[in-house]
Design a protein around this ligand. Structure first.
Ligand SMILES: NC(=O)c1ccc[n+]([C@@H]2O[C@H](COP(=O)([O-])OP(=O)(O)OC[C@H]3O[C@@H](n4cnc5c(N)ncnc54)[C@H](O)[C@@H]3O)[C@@H](O)[C@H]2O)c1
Length: 270
């Protein structure tokens, strides 16, 4: 029996990276998955890979900034699969730019996808989960929603905002008596195509950052983040709402990687 057997899930930004891994693990653990993205070929390939592995998935083209399309995606999910139990609101973009050089248009694009897209996802998924009787929503924030990083102002602003948007929405659902849990995940440096777009001009940037900052000394994988999504989607996390799960190899908790064994104090003669 899978950990999310019989549940119906929507995963946004599901064509690539963390979203693709999340769609795959949810399907492997028994969910029917609606993969959505603006990337049609990538999203179609993810749904096909899930089907080839014996899972159930469908791809729907979706720009998360388009409210009318949110109505259609939720309606189509209920039409095909009868209900909506899980939403992984994950689509996001990053732009590496000095704050004083950030064009307003770029700032607005990052807000539109990373923040307004999440707002629209909540606005349209919550009523469907009420109809289903319960639900779990997982929002992909970031360690950049916990502390500030340079060349990243627009992104940090959105990732911090969705952290509290999730808590507010979770509180509202609780007050209204809904069995809908809403939590954020905060990945650290994760090896996905996002880094090509964010810092592609700096070779090995994710490896450099992880080596310098993460206690575990390496970037994480999309699968390692998806494992946390599965936990929050499943009933194993039933006592968690308005919470934050950090998956960052110890980057925020420790900040300074321990010395290598050969330079460790324990290796020095007494
Ligand atoms: N990779 C990391 O180190 C890292 C760390 C922390 C948080 N995150 C967050 O994880 C999430 C997934 O990122 P990823 O690393 O897998 O990157 P990715 O670039 O591999 O995937 C992002 C996906 O979002 C899609 N997308 C972009 N704009 C969209 C729109 N308007 N509507 C629908 N889909 C859209 C893209 O087509 C892509 O498939 C993002 O929210 C990102 O901010 C990533």
């Amino acid at each position: 029996m899978g950990q999310v057997d019989g549940k119906v899930a929507i995963v946004t930004g599901g064509a690539s990276g963390i979203g693709a891994a999340s769609a795959a693990i949810l399907a492997r653990e028994g969910a029917k998955v609606v993969v959505t993205d603006i990337d049609v070929s990538g999203g179609t390939a993810v749904a096909a890979r899930i089907a080839n592995a014996g899972g159930e998935a469908v791809f729907l083209e979706q720009d998360v900034t388009d409210e009318a399309r949110w109505e259609e995606v939720v309606a189509e999910t209920e039409r095909r699969f009868g209900r909506l139990d899980v939403l992984h609101s994950n689509a996001g973009i990053a732009r590496r730019c000095l704050l004083v050089e950030t064009p307003l248009e770029d700032w607005r694009r990052v807000q539109a996808i990373n923040l307004e897209g999440v707002f629209l996802s909540l606005k349209h998924a919550i009523p469907a989960m009420r109809r289903a009787g319960a639900g779990s929503i997982i929002i992909t924030s970031s360690i950049a929603g916990i502390f500030g990083t340079p060349l990243n102002a627009a992104y940090c602003a959105t990732k911090g905002a969705v952290r509290l948007l999730a808590k507010s929405a979770a509180a509202e659902c609780a007050v209204l008596g809904d069995s809908i849990r809403i939590n954020t995940i905060h990945p650290g440096v994760i090896d996905t195509p996002l880094w090509t777009k964010f810092g592609g001009e700096v070779p090995g940037l994710p490896e450099q950052l992880a080596e310098a900052w993460a206690l575990l000394g390496r970037p994480g994988t999309a699968d390692e983040v998806a494992a946390a999504v599965l936990f929050l989607a499943s009933d194993a996390s039933r006592y968690m709402t308005a919470s934050e799960l950090v998956i960052d190899g110890g980057l925020t908790g420790g900040r300074i990687r321990p010395p290598r064994p050969e330079t460790s104090p324990k290796a020095q003669p007494a």
